[in-house]
Design a protein around this ligand. Sequence first.
Ligand code: IVH
Length: 679
Amino acid sequence: MPSKVESQIDSLREKLRYHSYQYYVLDDPDIPDAEYDRLYQQLLALETEHPELITTDSPTQRVGSTPLAAFDQIKHQMPMLSLDNVFSEEDLQAFYLRLQDRLAAEISSAEDIDFTAEPKLDGLAVSLRYENGELIYAATRGDGSTGENVTQNVRTLHSVPLRLLGNAFPQVLEVRGEVFMPKAGFEALNKIARANGDKEFVNPRNAAAGSLRQLDPGITAKRPLSLYCYSTGIVEGGTLADTQYGVLQQLKTFGLPVCAEIKCVTGVAECLAYYQHMAAQRDALPYDIDGIVYKVNKIKLQKKLGFVARAPRWAIAHKFPAQEEVSKILEVDFQVGRTGAITPVARLEPVFVGGVTVSNATLHNMDEIRRKDIRVGDRVIVRRAGDVIPEVVAVLPGSRTMPLPEIQMLEKCPVCQSAIEQIAGEAVARCPAGLFCRAQRAEAIKHFASRKAMDIDGLGDKLVEQLVAEKLIHTAADLYSLTIETLAALPRMGEKSAKNLIAALQKSKNPVLSRFVYALGIREVGETTALNLANAFASFEAIRDADYDSLIEVQDIGPVVAQHIVNYFRQPNNLQVIQQLFDAGIKIQLPQQTQQSAMASSAFLGKTIVITGTLPTLSREEAKQKLLAAGAKVTGSVSAKTDYLLAGDKAGSKLAKAEKLGVPVIDEAAMLRMLTSAD
Ligand code: IVH
């Protein structure tokens, strides 16, 4: 007969396991974190009072053991296999034909084969052994037959149950899965490393591997690691479902985490559709994946197909184009940005990465170059993920065979020869010449003309550079004195494009206040800040004349931005260009009285909104403009501070996060209704 304390302890452990499961496995917490912590503290207090009642599978016992001298070896009772890869549709077709061939006796030729389609997680494989529901050990894959005993580290992962839920599990159950580090955790970890002057991890996979292979589990416990299970090893004393998909669903009911993106597909066409869908989602997923794994769904067919060498015949990995590749630094140049920031850029041996050929990559700034110890001639890892500018992430370890000189910052601006300034405590070096510097003039004009600023159609980057280089324009104001004749005489221009550009310039002459302020390109004044300024001051003159104290009163404007604004309007050069713009016929449209009152009563006034997915009629940019005009703040990521998530089709992780945090989700129709019902 268990004592009262024992049953109290049991009940707390059961509750904590259940809530961990809701949180980590179902991604659907049903109590606030604080409530979980309260239950945890209660259990901890009882266990401290009654240490004899502590069991190894108690939720309090994730971290406990002392550092190891070395990892033990564990022999896998059933080997941990790897996968064959395909890189193209044709190779996938060939794989499918081989399956049809080998399964000719089991399925009719007209019948399509069912698969699970699973994200190929980019982490490291582990095998977890449960006996009677209790986690006995966790081992790395190693060479496939023997791995390392990383039990005390894996126990620190909150998504790994120390005891399985329910009682329907087999007596012995080996589960295979991938330990990985979610992107957000990786970024946070590197931010801390940067702040401490420690070495950063190159990518989430290395970070996961480095974190799991710590001899001190206390360190692993602090690392944001997760696990998704994708198959099983030894199963004794019980049976599992007869399909891969069924098995995964079962694992989930045992409390084991399984990736929510896994789907059932039939035939090659559906495999490819899934591949395309996930490739499009790749950058938005909260974790790195490097391809898709297709697995024949029926276990009976898997058994029939068997293995070759170390890979199953019934599964294949369809890889995405690599986002990291190796190249060589040929040279380092320095580019001058709109605000004078000097950015070192590596010229590379061309390399195909992230789906395009890359021959330039940013090195960010000199601190980054020193930290990564990058030198001309080094072989380096180049990364291009999604639409992000390609960057050099690290020097390929051990690749430098001879001493190479350090990269030095220039002393003079490569464009205007002004002495470069390096402000103490700032990573970025700058050319202080402002609009005197041709590079900064060109960048300032590009920004002025860009879509979110004055939106001058047909004025591309190359054309601006050409106009500046040929001294046809010096400032944004000069754009408005360009003539059809001057433009038409430029190479690759022609009369028609010249006329279109003049018309576009004409059309841009009546900007709303916020766009005009944004177009000026004041340091750190982005769209939202420009809108806040417009809302707060209501006229251009008021913004121009505002002092520091009144600026920092404005929503989201801190001391640094306030000082940038004051400095900008103190520069006679800037005031002169602005005057020239007005002289050229720019007339700012002030928010009309009616609009202002609409904003004042808008449901979105002062609200923080995130937009995700594809909206039925508006582009995301259009929706954003409408929301901004209604006084909302539009941000990029969902947090507890988000008031609404505007979600369209194919909303991914942001929707999941909003639902998890209880952020109200609205669709386009609801947004439009809320916008119009303001008065
Ligand atoms: S199945 C017998 N499924 O990829 C099946 N592997 O290249 C063997 N991986 O070592 C593995 N996601 O580390 C499988 N959904 C997934 C996976 C996956 C990632 C990794 C795993 C494996 C490697 C093989």
